[in-house]
Design a protein around this ligand. Structure first.
Ligand code: ADP
Ligand code: MG
Length: 682
């Protein structure tokens, strides 16, 4: 098909330019057609020269009124060309582009865009965008002009020309895949018209409709694929776990589950007892007690004779889970193993053997768990903690180590439902919306850097009471460019001046795993009073005796991330404190941070963060495992997403196998083959 044709054959490209286009990820004709502008400039209004306004970007039509003049100084060559339109005269000016003088013939008419200025005693337009005035084929002026993402060697004019050529020649081959009736019902522009107008819009209204159509389609296809996957998982036969006697387990627990934990646990038990595969996400704010709920599920699986794998994003966390589980399962016969990246080759071999022979019931580990040489005897339940740190793929890889095992994923990043449906659209969602009783709210303060000393004095007071302190800094090394407090500087400072009385430790991501562990363990044992670190401690770490969290350069962190950090304290009966040191003079930065001082509700904070920073930042770039969007934006387009979700749901209700939407089915298969092949191919 010619949409799959290599772009070098498109008029205006050729083999040399094709290489440049490939840098932009454009290989085939269809990539070119779907390479959407990142912005637009409205040059549609053509003004007479006498009506031009100094200081504004405008477009006018004029003819070349004389030959070029050149002014040479030691540093710069200035080229000036006079143009007129019958109402006035303007000079076009270029710097160090002497070849410009040969480009024009007197009398030729151009459409010219640029900012009018008063310079050299006359009206000038510097570095104008211009194009010969032709009846209807002006791509760069006299219209709403697309602005594309570029790479070196390509200009806007080249991209516009080439994309225009591709559209002229190949647009006819793009096929609409929504049914006529569907388009009409949903008020969608048809695909060809949308593609034409996204590049070369006729007017603002057409542009808006084109954008809507293409965003709608992008979100629609992804959501549809996700829902289909979810449905297929539900239809997949999995393990039917028997009921087990949980007394030996429960009698060992030092507390009662909260009602929110109970509610979620019941959902899990129902899933496990059915012969369908469980694919469930537990969302729960930091400290809401997800681990114990997961441990229940582990117990059920293990007592049914199956193995459980639990994957955590960091060594520290994996190790901590391992210890917590040892504690929780004390008094039962559950055997727990730890597979971490820091094992010696022989140690690793031994653990792998035990996993394979089924001598562990529960295996806790990092990414090491999904490596190829890890095989289980009979994996029945997979758990991933802090799901936002893993991609969908890693989750799937773990599950492939068993035969349709049940899957439980946990996250402390609370996200609004609409977004959850697209981020985790293939999962059922349970929410633990309550903290264990007796927790004191963490007192949170936003202070300017001038009060920094006070914060540390306060920390020392807590240390003297026997408590421990975290200090988190955004960077680890001294840097001239970024004047952010670095963990190393803070460490040295605290170490040598302020707190001779305290034992201070440093933890950062560039340390070896074994050094990290050594420090972390010393902190857990209470041998370190103040732990200065980067955000490696962000997720999951549990040291109940720590009561102070100081964050340096708090303005550099996202609210959701700060909330996570704050969640490291307030884990005991002691009053805890979170002190956010703000180095930014901006009022907005301060206001943003104060959201945290006001609320401890993770969902509210997440929503604010999402509003302020958008989902990319919020979820961590590319960590969410979603394909990159070409045109939709999860935050800006949340209303479109809501509509899409409704439309997808009702479509699947009416036509679950897409039998009455064959073209849509075809597109879905071609775009999401891996995800949907088993479901809708047969
Ligand atoms: P998170 O959801 O952030 O992973 P954890 O599972 O680490 O939270 O639990 C946080 C702390 O709360 C742990 O020390 C845990 O033992 C404790 N905890 C969990 N559930 C309860 C409960 N129902 N009552 C009292 N303490 C609880
Ligand atoms: Mg946790």
């Amino acid at each position: 098909m010619s949409l799959d044709l290599d772009i070098q054959y498109v008029k205006g490209v050729g083999p040399k330019r094709a290489k440049l286009f490939k840098k932009l990820g454009i290989d085939m004709v269809k990539d070119l057609i779907f390479y959407f502008p990142r912005d637009y400039e409205d040059r549609s209004e053509i003004v007479k020269i006498e009506d031009l306004i100094v200081g504004e970007k405008q477009t006018f039509k004029a003819y070349i009124a004389g030959s070029a003049r050149e002014v040479k100084t030691s540093r710069v060559v200035i080229t000036k060309i006079p143009v007129k339109d019958g109402t006035g005269a303007v000079e076009l000016v270029w710097y160090n582009q002497p070849y410009m003088k040969n480009n024009f013939k007197i009398g030729e008419e151009y459409i010219i865009s640029g900012k009018l200025q008063f310079k050299y005693g006359q009206l000038v337009v510097e570095n104008p965008v211009l194009e010969k005035s032709e009846e209807d084929l002006n791509l760069n002026t006299g219209r709403i002009v697309p602005v594309y993402g570029l790479t070196e060697g390509l200009t806007q004019n080249i991209l516009r020309k080439v994309i225009f050529n591709a559209l002229s020649e190949y647009l006819d081959e793009v096929e609409e895949f929504f049914e006529e009736e569907f388009l009409r019902e949903k008020g969608l522009m048809n695909l060809k018209e949308a593609l034409l107008n996204i590049h070369f819009p006729k007017d603002e209204e057409k542009l808006a409709r084109a954008k809507y159509r293409l965003k709608y389609q992008e979100l629609f296809l992804l959501q549809l694929a996700l829902f289909l996957v979810k449905k297929s998982v539900k239809e997949k036969r999995g393990i039917r776990f028997r009921k087990v006697d949980i007394k030996p387990f429960v009698s060992n627990l030092p507390f009662k589950l909260t009602s929110a934990q109970m509610k979620v646990l019941k959902e899990i038990i129902l899933d496990m007892a059915s012969d369908k595969v469980m694919n469930r996400l537990i969302q729960g704010d930091v400290g809401s007690g997800k681990t114990i709920v997961a441990a229940f599920a582990m117990y059920i699986a293990a007592k049914n004779g199956y193995q459980v794998a639990m994957m955590a994003p960091t060594e520290i966390l994996a190790k901590q889970h391992y210890k917590t589980l040892e504690e929780i399962f004390k008094g039962t016969d559950i055997r727990i193993g730890l597979l971490s990246g820091s094992l010696s080759p022989s140690g690793r071999k031994e653990v792998l053997e035990k996993i394979e022979k089924g001598e562990y019931d529960v295996v806790v580990g990092t990414h090491a768990l999904i490596e190829e040489d890890v095989s289980f005897k009979n994996l029945g339940l997979c758990i991933t903690d802090e799901q936002h740190r893993f991609g969908v793929r890693q989750r799937a890889l773990l599950a492939q180590k068993g035969e349709n095992p049940d899957v439980l994923v946990m996250t402390a990043t609370p996200i609004p439902r609409t977004l959850a449906l697209i981020l985790y659209g293939d999962l059922d969602i349970s929410i633990i919306d309550q903290l264990p009783p007796g927790r004191k709210r963490v007192k949170t303060y936003v202070i300017p850097s001038s009060m920094r000393k006070k914060a540390y004095e306060f920390a020392i007071k807590e240390v003297k009471k026997g408590r421990q302190v975290y200090v988190v800094c955004p960077l680890i090394e001294e840097s001239d460019k970024i004047k952010a407090a670095s963990a190393e500087i803070v460490y040295r400072e605290i170490y040598k001046d302020a707190f001779k009385e305290a034992r201070v430790g440093l933890l950062h991501g560039k340390m070896s795993d074994s050094d990290k562990e050594r420090i972390m363990e010393a902190f857990v044992r209470g041998e370190i009073d103040i732990l200065v670190s980067t955000t490696v401690i962000e997720v999951g770490v549990n040291v109940p005796n720590a009561t102070v969290m100081i964050v340096e350069n708090a303005e550099r962190f996202g609210l959701a991330q700060l909330h996570q950090l704050r969640g490291r304290v307030g884990r005991s009966e002691f009053q805890s404190y979170c002190i956010l040191i703000n180095y930014s003079p901006s009022e907005t930065a301060k206001k943003r941070l104060e959201v945290l001082a006001r609320t401890s509700d993770g969902f509210k904070i997440a929503e604010r963060d999402l509003e302020i920073r958008g989902p990319g930042e919020f979820l961590g770039e590319k960590q969410h495992g979603l394909p990159e969007f070409k045109i939709a934006n999860l935050f800006e387009d949340i209303d479109i997403l809501k509509r899409v979700q409704k439309d997808v749901e009702s479509l699947l209700e009416e036509d679950p196998k897409l039998e009455r939407h064959p073209k849509l089915r075809q597109v879905l298969i071609s775009e999401f083959y891996d995800k949907v092949k088993d479901i809708i191919l047969n």
